[in-house]
Write a protein that binds this ligand. Sequence first.
Ligand code: 4AD
Ligand code: MG
Length: 430
Amino acid sequence: MKITINQASEFVGKEVTIGAWLANKRSSGKIAFLQLRDGTGFMQGVVVKAEVGEEVFADAKTLTQETSLFVTGTINEDTRSPFGYEMAVSGVEVISESHDYPITPKEHGTEFLMDHRHLWLRSNRQHAIMKIRNEIIRATYEFFNQEGFLKIDPPILTGSAPEGTTELFHTKYFDEDAFLSQSGQLYMEAAAMAFGKVFSFGPTFRAEKSKTRRHLIEFWMIEPEMAFYKLEDSLKVQENYVAFLVKAVLDNCRLELDRLGRDITHLEKMVAPFPRITYTEAIDLLHKLGFDDIVWGDDFGAPHETAIADSFEKPVFITHYPKAIKPFYMPEDPENDQVVLCADMIAPEGYGEIIGGSERIHDLETLQARMKDFDLDQEAYSWYIDLARYGSVPHSGFGLGLERTVAWISGTEHVRETIPFPRLLNRLYP
Ligand code: 4AD
Ligand code: MG
């Protein structure tokens, strides 16, 4: 019977065969421990000389790291391992040998591992992070489906730039100029006017010359957009969504969180509602914390965000930023025209901003005036302005960065490990 490692619990006491790779191996004169992995999990295979005989034992002892195998044996419970099962091996058939595998069990430098990302993905740690990423993606679809959102896919090749023109990847589109999408938002606004509550999930691109633990050049974003929603309505969706993601990972990825050494009690506190402070209150807080240099009107840097986040247990919303440091589509606060109706969600523990969102200007004249202020070509955005021309309504939306969210929930220091093949400043390989 051929099974996979994640099915082991159903086959206790039975003889089965697993297609696997040899992740690691320990052996003595009488017994060999094979660390097997098959993509679904990791399990130990135990080869006892007295039981398998000289020949099988000698073969098992010569197996090299990452050799692919069919391993046959009986599944037993193993209370000493976190996985809970092991295999008493009776036979090993080599599929393909692997020699001089570059990533050995010793420590390697980050650049070396990044150069071998195509192989590094096979490791125990990367497996755990990708499983958590997958769970967050799965839970995202579950959450928005259960809340009545329609999934809409905005284009990747675009002629517009919602978040400003400085960070765009330029390409030719036959005879026209085009850009890789930095956000699907404007298209999602059109979709919200057609379908009410919508969300997108796709790759976005920022030609940002940033080399920090939070920045990728290519990252994945979830962008919900809701007709008739005000800022506070949107914040409720955001906190419920993020709490839902954390709970899903806690419920379905315990083994992976344990393997990564993640502090579970921290994650268990992530229940809605989340605290809210205004930008102005955040500036006051920073002054109290000794950040004397920052003045009202400045954007926050990573140390500021971390200091603010450290003042709260849960993710915190910072609302009502100065108009001058936010994009053209955000409406002024009717009570203070220097700030806009927006909020960023800052994750705990220094993982930084995981969500950016706002209400959207829906009044035609206000929108056109603001686009003029921002020097935007109204011809190119004519389709977007149509939304304000034909029965616009108040609406709100936000974008959650997948990799920063995976980094925070899994407790992974740098976003480069939260995406299979990271695109970083100076890295397009592999
Ligand atoms: O704050 P941002 O730029 O917002 C937007 O793009 C809006 N149009 C979204 C919307 O309202 N529909 O980006 C949203 C999120 C950030 O909070 C962050 O989590 C992530 O996207 N993000 C990045 N993640 C990794 N690397 C980068 N370079 C990122 N830039 C933004
Ligand atoms: Mg932002």
